[in-house]
Write a protein that binds this ligand. Structure first.
Ligand code: KIV
Length: 271
């Protein structure tokens, strides 16, 4: 899956993007047919156990991108640019984005923001680094937003998000994540843009959908956002399986003979 094919998917069959953070999950989601694997900075919350994504570093992102790249055959890999990796100067952003591609094996990068990140997007695109943009609820601005809150509920805020979307398209972004905005606004933005939109908590009117893999598989036991559909309950099933293991070890039922190596039989001495 390439950037031109993703761009070309505008208005066609919806794009499927799923987050992945390691080689095993990448292999699983790639085999399931995801078009795009996003190595999201959400790993700060679901893998590292933080309350938000702000503490994730560029080194963390390179490490996880590299693992995902090793497990992926077909899907396009997007590496998320973490907080402060693109905010200081466009030059620094270029170095960090370049590292996600050169060292991490990502094929494009994603960054949050609208009109304010236009110079950064232009710099990266000019250097041949494809950029997926991200507007609406932008988790790296959690404190400015006063929490993880749905954005674009007033006409004024909706207009600001539409302007952001048009600005990042104009700057050269090849696709746009719309997060945490009302469905009708997402549909309006999708209609207004030439690049595909990929929604999360933004309704069905986008050109694609993305979910955090831990959410869709039911691994995040304590979080139940309205926009998440759980396609399994892997946390509960994991607890149940590990509990049986605990019981079998304590009862000396594991390991059985079939899990145990024997010793080689000595050849009989002759004479
Ligand atoms: O970091 C992430 O997982 C994301 C998605 C929620 C779009 O940015």
């Amino acid at each position: 899956m390439t950037v031109p094919r993703i761009r070309g998917a505008k208005g066609g069959e919806p794009l499927v993007m799923i987050t992945a953070y390691d080689a095993t999950f990448a292999r699983m989601l790639d085999e399931a047919g995801a078009d795009i694997l996003l190595v999201g900075d959400s790993l700060g919350m679901v893998v590292q156990g933080r309350d938000d994504t702000l503490g994730v570093t560029i080194e963390d992102m390179i490490y996880h991108c590299r693992a995902v790249a090793r497990g992926t055959k077909t899907a396009h890999i997007v590496g998320d640019m973490p907080f402060l990796s693109y905010h200081v100067t466009p030059q620094e952003a270029l170095r960090n984005a370049g590292r996600l591609l050169a060292e991490g094996g990502a094929q494009s990068v994603k960054l949050e923001g609208g009109t304010t990140v236009v110079p950064v997007i232009e710099r990266l695109v000019a250097a041949g680094i494809p950029v997926m943009a991200h507007v609406g609820l932008t988790p790296q601005s959690v404190h400015a937003m006063g929490g993880f809150r749905v954005q674009g509920k007033t006409e004024q805020d909706a207009t600001r998000i539409l302007d952001d979307a048009l600005a990042v398209q104009e700057a050269g972004a090849y696709a746009l994540v719309l997060e945490g905005i009302p469905g009708p606004l997402a549909a309006r933005i999708t209609e207004a843009l030439e690049i595909p939109t990929i929604g999360i908590g933004a309704g069905v009117g986008c050109d694609g959908q993305v979910l955090v893999c831990y959410d869709l598989l039911g691994l995040t036991a304590d979080l139940h956002p309205k926009f998440v559909k759980r396609y399994d309950q892997l946390f509960d099933r994991g607890v149940a399986a590990a509990r049986v293991f605990c019981e079998e070890v304590r009862a000396r039922n594991f390991p059985g003979p079939e899990h145990t190596f024997g010793v080689a039989k000595r050849p009989r001495a002759v004479g």
